[in-house]
Structure formats: structure tokens, C-alpha cells
Write a protein that binds this ligand. Structure first.
Ligand SMILES: [Zn+2]
Length: 81
């Protein structure tokens, strides 16, 4: 009984996320993108970062810093040559 309800819950979550234009899951590592909050703890941005050109979609802070920025710099260098 427990397994059935858990599977159903996952399906609902997956469907729910898929129906949104702005996914809150990182396109690169698949983890949930943490919302950015101000000093008062109010969420002001929860869409993550643009993962282009590394990937097409939204990504989390970590993947943005470690993967997207370097690939963006690499692309800029290649365009210059
Ligand atoms: Zn990520």
C-alpha cells in the first residue's frame, strides 16, 4: 500500500513540474534549484540560472559556477580565434 501511494505521489510531482514553463530542477545535475532569498528570508528569485551554452534549460548555482561559466568562457575564446 505504501509503495503504491509513493509511486502515485512521484507521478503527480513529475507531472506538476513538467507542466510548468520554468522548471525548478537543475537541467545538469537534476537537483532542486534553491530559491534566492533576501536578508529577510523572502524569496525574490527561484528560477535558477540560464544553463546555456552548456545545456538548454535552468541550472542550480553550483552547476552554473562549475560548468556553465567555464563553458561560456571557452566558447568566447573559440569565437575569437
Ligand atoms: Zn546543478
Amino acid at each position: 500500500m505504501l509503495n503504491v501511494s509513493m509511486t502515485l505521489q512521484m507521478v503527480i510531482i513529475t507531472t506538476h513540474n513538467g507542466g510548468l514553463n520554468m522548471s525548478k530542477d537543475c537541467i545538469i545535475c537534476g537537483s532542486n534549484i534553491p530559491p534566492h532569498k533576501n536578508e529577510e528570508g523572502v524569496v525574490y528569485w527561484e528560477g535558477g540560472h540560464n544553463a546555456e551554452p552548456y545545456a538548454s534549460g535552468r541550472c542550480c548555482d553550483l552547476c552554473h559556477d562549475l560548468l556553465v561559466i567555464p563553458s561560456r568562457l571557452k566558447q568566447m575564446r573559440e569565437e575569437k580565434v
